[in-house]
Write a protein that binds this ligand. Structure first.
Ligand SMILES: N[C@@H](CCC(=O)N[C@@H](CS)C(=O)NCC(=O)O)C(=O)O
Length: 128
């Protein structure tokens, strides 16, 4: 079972690499604003988890520089996820909102929707 999981994981990573999505282009000023906003986000994940790959592909498509914390490789990241989110389940997006409150968002589809809703449009500064 572990071997099958390992092979499947490698295949997922291979196809992800082969069909890597193109990142959207923004001008430097807009990208700097987005980078500032994404500095408040962290993705807790496993490298070869298909749901995590789905979220990382959305990040690539949207050109989002979000810090990735690997829960399998880092005991600290695992503790942070358990203590903050309450469940050892990935992917999970840690969001610090404008008031400084922290939200832990589970479910890959919810995370992708959140990222698309927040970051796929034009930035405020660019068209002011
Ligand atoms: N419906 C979830 C599924 C996530 C999921 O099953 N993740 C697995 C890793 S691939 C996991 O964390 N399993 C541990 C658990 O469920 O406790 C999503 O779309 O994010």
């Amino acid at each position: 079972m572990a071997l099958i999981r390992l092979i499947l994981g490698k295949l997922i990573l291979f196809f992800n690499w082969l069909f890597k999505p193109k990142g959207m282009q923004r001008d430097a000023q807009d990208q700097a604003i987005i980078d500032q906003q994404t500095s408040a986000l962290q993705l807790y994940q496993y490298e070869a988890c298909p749901f995590c790959v789905k979220v990382r592909r959305a990040m690539t498509r949207l050109s989002l520089d979000i810090q990735v914390r690997d829960v399998k490789r880092s005991a600290t990241a695992k503790e942070e996820l358990l203590a903050g989110g309450g469940r050892l389940k990935v992917p999970c997006l840690r969001i610090v909102n404008e008031q400084g409150a922290i939200e832990w968002m589970y479910e890959s589809s919810d995370i992708v929707n959140y990222l698309e809703n927040r970051f796929s449009g034009v930035t405020q500064s660019s068209r002011a």
